[in-house]
Design a protein around this ligand. Structure first.
Ligand SMILES: [Zn+2]
Length: 134
């Protein structure tokens, strides 16, 4: 008798009958090696990775989104959605830029040099303020 590999078939299985156990085991192994199952698993993984990449793209971290989505599916999407943005804020105009950006795409300022400069000017301002207090 051919039985489908289901949970109800497993729970109702007569374990004293070795032929029935063997037959169900065979059916379950066959369904595990069914290429249709693996095609579905692959399709779902790719879909989860693409959705994760799209969520990550909005945060400037598409690769992290792709990997989290492929590995954990909807949980990975949540991790990426709640993670810190990968965008670099322009120290001059405050607009977000891609993590790899050298120049602000909004105002054209050199983002790296501008961040150093603003750090220097902040230190200078703090130093000046503390001297004024003394
Ligand atoms: Zn800018």
């Amino acid at each position: 008798m051919e039985q489908a590999c289901t949970l109800s078939a497993l729970t109702s299985l007569d374990q004293t009958d070795p032929d029935a156990v063997q037959a169900l085991l065979q059916t379950c192994i066959e369904s595990l090696f069914d290429p249709m199952l693996w095609e579905w698993a692959l399709a779902i993984t790719v879909a989860c990775a693409v959705i994760g990449a799209l969520i990550g793209k909005a945060k400037g971290r598409w690769l992290a989104g792709l990997l989290w989505g492929a590995a954990l599916g909807p949980i990975g999407w949540l991790i990426v959605a709640l993670s810190k943005s990968g965008f670099v804020e322009c120290p001059d105009c405050g607009q977000p830029n891609a993590p790899s950006a050298k120049v602000c795409r909004h105002c054209g300022v050199d983002v790296r040099r501008a961040s150093q400069r603003s750090e220097r000017s902040r230190l200078k301002r703090d130093d000046w303020a503390s001297r004024k207090r003394d």
